[in-house]
Design a binder for this molecule. Structure first.
Ligand SMILES: C[S@@+](CC[C@H](N)C(=O)[O-])C[C@H]1O[C@@H](n2cnc3c(N)ncnc32)[C@H](O)[C@@H]1O
Length: 237
C-alpha cells in the first residue's frame, strides 16, 4: 500500500498502518530515499539518528507506557528516519509531511491542514523533530491533538525565550525535559554515521493525564553505542 496520497484524497483513506503493512513499507525505505525530491523550501530537513528516537521510546516505556498497544503519528516525517524507528515499537504508526519526499508518508501540512477534521488524524502519541521555525506551533497543535502524549525533539535552547514561555510553556509546561548527555549529530538533508554537532538537544514530553503543571528534568544517560545499529545508516542520505 502506497502511503503517499494526493492531499484531497486523504479523508477517504484507511486509518493507520498495521504492523504487517508497516514492515512492507519499511522495506521500501531505501528506494524511497533514492527517489526523493528536495523541495526548494524544505530548509529544515534534518534527519534524526534512529538511536535518539530509540532512547525516547525506551524512556517512555520505562514509565509504564504500553507503547506496543498504542498509536503514534510522526507529522514531519521527512525521509522517514524517525517514523521507521517509531514503527519498531508502536502498534500503529502514521507518518506525514508537508512535502513529498517519496512514498512512505502522507502529505499533510501540520499547521495549514490543522483545520481539517478528518477523523483519521487522531493518535495516542504525536512524536517528531519539528522544523525549527515552526516548532512552537507544532507543540501547540500536537498537545491538542494527541490522546496520551507528545514528544518533540528540540534544541535545548528552545527552552529559552520570553515569547515561547508566555505563549507555550507557562500555559502547557512539558511534563518532562529529557536532556541528552551525548550530542545528537543532525545534518541538513542527510543522516551521517560519523557526524558531529555543537548543538545540544533534548526531548520535551507532555503526558496529557499529568495535570501537575510541573516540569521534571531527566537526563538520558549515554546510550548511543547500545541503541545504534549499522543498518540505521545503510542507504542513508
Ligand atoms: C527537522 S526535519 C525532521 C525530519 C524527521 N522528523 C526526522 O527526524 O528524521 C523537519 C521536517 O518538517 C517538515 N515540515 C516543514 N514544515 C512542515 C509543515 N508545516 N507540516 C509538516 N511538515 C513540515 C520538513 O519537510 C522536514 O521533513
Amino acid at each position: 500500500m502506497a502511503l503517499l496520497a494526493p492531499r484531497d484524497d486523504l479523508a477517504q483513506l484507511e486509518v493507520g498502518s498495521t504492523q504487517s503493512e508497516r514492515h512492507s513499507n519499511q522495506n521500501t525505505s531505501s528506494a524511497v530515499m533514492a527517489q526523493r525530491i528536495e523541495p526548494a523550501n524544505s530548509a529544515d530537513l534534518f534527519p534524526t539518528p534512529p538511536w535518539a528516537t530509540r532512547a525516547l521510546v525506551e524512556w517512555i516505556s520505562s514509565q509504564d507506557v504500553r507503547v506496543w498497544e498504542q498509536s503514534v503519528w510522526e507529522p514531519a516525517a521527512g525521509l522517514g528516519h524517525m517514523s521507521n524507528t517509531l514503527a519498531e515499537f508502536f502498534n500503529t504508526t502514521e507518518a506525514s509531511d508537508a512535502y513529498p519526499y517519496g512514498h512512505h508518508h502522507w502529505l499533510w501540512d501540520f499547521i495549514a491542514d490543522d483545520h481539517r477534521t478528518d477523523q483519521r488524524w487522531v493518535a495516542d502519541w504525536i512524536i517528531t523533530n519539528p522544523p525549527f521555525k515552526l516548532a512552537e506551533e507544532f507543540c501547540r497543535i500536537a498537545i491538542r491533538r494527541a490522546n496520551i502524549g507528545v514528544a518533540m525533539l528540540v534544541r535545548t535552547t528552545f527552552l529559552e525565550g520570553v515569547g515561547r514561555h508566555r505563549d507555550l510553556f507557562s500555559i502547557t509546561p512539558p511534563t518532562y525535559v529529557l536532556q541528552f548527555t551525548e550530542r545528537v549529530p543532525m545534518h541538513r538533508g542527510r543522516l551521517e554515521e560519523r557526524g558531529s554537532t555543537a548543538t545540544s538537544y533534548c526531548w520535551l514530553v507532555w503526558i496529557k493525564s499529568d495535570n501537575s503543571q510541573e516540569t521534571k528534568l531527566r537526563w538520558l544517560p549515554p546510550c548511543r553505542k547500545r541503541l545504534e545499529r549499522p543498518e540505521d545508516y545503510r542507504g542513508a542520505i
